[in-house]
Unconditional design. Structure first.
Length: 145
């Protein structure tokens, strides 16, 4: 009943199973949240999603970044998708950028897709990373004429 072979085996199997479940849960897209009372000075780099409710003085690289209404980033942002509800000062390089009504952005933006809601504050330059495919043939046709 209490043999040496039976007791350790279930414990080691359950210990091995727990890290696998944790690893798959972190890759499910659950964002890392920087709380409103948190101030970070430095850089953040991740392949995952980040939500900033506090303040970051430094650069951030993430797959998806959301800056909450009370959140602030002072630095360079590199992301695939960016939603700004708070304050950004610096530079932005993202595929898709959305500035909500409450956004306050003083930055140069390099993007593929930009949405600015009524009421958002934006001061800076914006430029596209990639030219639209439809515009290239139109320019060639205009050059031939």
């Amino acid at each position: 009943m209490f043999s040496k072979n039976n007791a350790p085996a279930p414990a080691s199997k359950s210990a091995d199973a727990a890290p696998r479940k944790t690893a798959s849960r972190t890759s499910s897209g659950v964002p890392s949240i920087l709380a409103s009372d948190l101030v970070i000075t430095g850089e953040i780099a991740t392949d995952g999603d980040v939500q900033v409710e506090g303040r970051l003085d430094g650069n951030i690289t993430a797959m998806s970044l959301t800056i909450g209404e009370q959140g602030a980033v002072n630095g360079t942002i590199k992301a695939e998708t960016l939603l700004v509800r708070g304050k950004v000062t610096g530079k932005i390089n993202a595929s898709s950028v959305e500035l909500a009504e409450t956004a306050n952005v003083t930055a140069d933006i390099v993007q593929d897709h930009l949405t600015i809601a009524n009421g958002a504050f934006f001061d800076g330059k914006c430029s596209r990373r990639n030219k639209p495919a439809a515009a290239a043939p139109a320019k060639k046709a205009a050059a031939k004429a």
